[in-house]
Design a protein around this ligand. Structure first.
Ligand SMILES: Cc1cc2nc3c(=O)[nH]c(=O)nc-3n(C[C@H](O)[C@H](O)[C@H](O)COP(=O)(O)OP(=O)(O)OC[C@H]3O[C@@H](n4cnc5c(N)ncnc54)[C@H](O)[C@@H]3O)c2cc1C
Length: 454
């Protein structure tokens, strides 16, 4: 542990908001991944941009690493303070500053949990669409450029960022972007900070674009004889001009664990969960029969379907259990969740390849199929060197295949620790430009060091 003068920090924040306590440091030493925990030296809870600025200035003068912390739900070790230092926890910086229904916008502090935000926005018939599932903060979603099951229709976090307030290394506060619906002015700096995992600046406030809440829903759950039948259906539905709001793939292993964990009796086959939203029930009914036709043409074995919010909740319920059910099914093992994305035309090959690569492992495939995004969730023991080497070998070949298909090593979970070894392969010469940008903004490498770059 570094030695430093805590009283200086306590002159910036009151006592209660500065902690070097063991249990607090342990809580901020790990995310939801298997990556080894590392304790920070100190954890702080600011309330304002000015306080963040003073903290960052203090840290930079003390040459202390600074890592921003949202909810710690990342899956690639993104917020683990691998070089110790100060963790800035945004939990208490969680105000919704202004809702602007007339502009479809909201101003928030970075620590707002997106699910809480959506509860407030629902009063105005609005919502912030990216939905990573876990109880993530807006700052963490911006950090990782998170997306989720509705990205096939609504896009990722980057598509909803209008303006950011950012604290730079050294403590300077800047605002990037504006509130206009379009702009051709200057470099898109808001985009640069989005997905930068807190390595370039600390986001303290954001103006987010919003969407109108859909009026009605239709959902279909289809099972298929083989992966190919299910994944080909994804393409066929989109090619037919239908606009799914969400389209998720689950392999038979996932369904088997859901049955065991939740006492369900679902058919243990490759499964597609589909959601459509619209205005009239009649319109949704027509869409439903078109979807059914396409599923049947692709060999569907069974179709369960319904219209209305309750039916949607019933048909989708299982998707929300996936992560926890898999975890509970393998008590004592750790998850490694690979997240690659490929062009839609290569999705079927990507899923089939991944399935083969992990056939001897405790592995589960699911993902945001409409985005060409597949998650390979392996449960194993990182302490068992031989077994873990096998898991890592599978990760490696799955990522390499995604890159061969002109895809990406991560569709949404970010680089963190886990994917940095693929950065050179994925970005080639442009990695040098990324390094130059990092050196320009953070010459002492104090913001979330040890991430991103191999
Ligand atoms: C069950 C489960 C399901 C998930 N499903 C999805 C999914 O469908 N899609 C998806 O995209 N992700 C998913 N995730 C991953 C994770 O929830 C998201 O990446 C989420 O955006 C992380 O938010 P967080 O608040 O927990 O951020 P953290 O994990 O705390 O931080 C994320 C990164 O952002 C940085 N950061 C945090 N706050 C700031 C800030 N204010 N300024 C600058 N940088 C900051 C951190 O340093 C870190 O690098 C899932 C995770 C779990 C556990």
């Amino acid at each position: 542990m570094r030695s430093f003068d805590c009283s200086e920090l306590k002159s910036i924040l009151d006592d209660r908001r500065v902690s070097t306590g063991e249990s607090v440091r342990v809580l901020h030493s790990h995310d939801e991944s298997f990556h080894a925990p590392v304790l920070p030296d100190v954890v702080v809870w600011p309330h304002t941009t000015e306080e963040v600025s003073r903290l960052v200035l203090w840290a930079c003068r003390s040459k202390m690493p600074v890592t921003a912390w949202g909810a710690g739900t990342s899956l690639e070790g993104n917020p683990i303070p691998v070089q110790g230092g100060m963790v800035i926890d945004f939990n208490e910086m969680n105000k919704i500053i202004a809702v602007r229904p007339e502009d479809f916008q909201v101003d928030v502090q970075a620590g707002v949990i997106y699910k809480e935000l959506n509860k407030t926005l629902a009063h105005d018939g609005l919502f912030f669409p990216p939905d990573p599932g876990a109880a993530a903060t807006i700052g963490g979603m911006i950090g990782n450029n998170a997306s989720g099951s509705r990205s096939v229709r609504y896009g990722a976090t980057k598509d909803y960022i209008m303006r950011l307030t950012v604290v730079l290394p050294g403590g300077d506060m800047i605002a990037v972007g504006n509130r206009a619906r379009k702009s051709s002015s200057g470099y898109n700096l808001a985009a640069l900070f989005t997905g930068s995992e807190g390595t370039l600046g600390i986001v303290t406030e954001a103006t987010l674009k919003l969407a109108g809440l859909p009026v009605n829903f239709m959902a279909v759950r289809g099972t298929f004889p083989a992966i190919r039948n299910a994944t080909d259906t994804v393409y066929a539905i989109m090619r037919a001009g239908l606009l799914p709001a969400a389209m998720e793939f689950l392999d038979a292993n996932v369904v088997q664990v859901l049955n065991a964990d939740k006492g369900l009796a679902l058919e243990e086959n490759p499964t597609l969960l589909m959601e459509f939203s619209g205005y009239s029930e009649q319109g949704l009914r027509e869409e439903m029969s078109f979807v059914e036709e396409i599923c049947q043409a692709n060999g569907a074995l069974s179709l369960d379907k319904g219209i209305g919010p309750e039916e949607r909740a019933r048909l989708w319920e299982i998707r929300h259990y996936t992560y926890e059910s898999i975890k509970r099914y393998h008590i004592g093992l750790s998850p490694l969740i690979m997240d690659v994305a490929v062009p839609l035309s290569r999705y079927t090959e990507m899923v089939e390849f991944s399935k083969k690569e992990v056939q001897d492992l405790k592995a589960y495939l699911f993902g945001h199929a409409g985005d060409g995004n597949i998650h390979v969730h392996v449960m194993d023991d990182p302490q068992d060197k031989k077994r873990w080497a096998r898991v890592e070998k599978a990760t490696h070949s799955i990522v390499m295949k995604a890159l061969e298909f002109e895809g990406t090593s991560t569709g949404e979970h970010g680089i963190g620790i886990g994917k940095s070894r693929f950065m050179r392969q994925e970005h080639g010469e442009s990695l040098l430009l990324m390094k130059r940008i990092k050196a320009l903004l953070d010459p002492d490498n104090l913001l979330n060091p040890g991430k991103f770059f191999p």
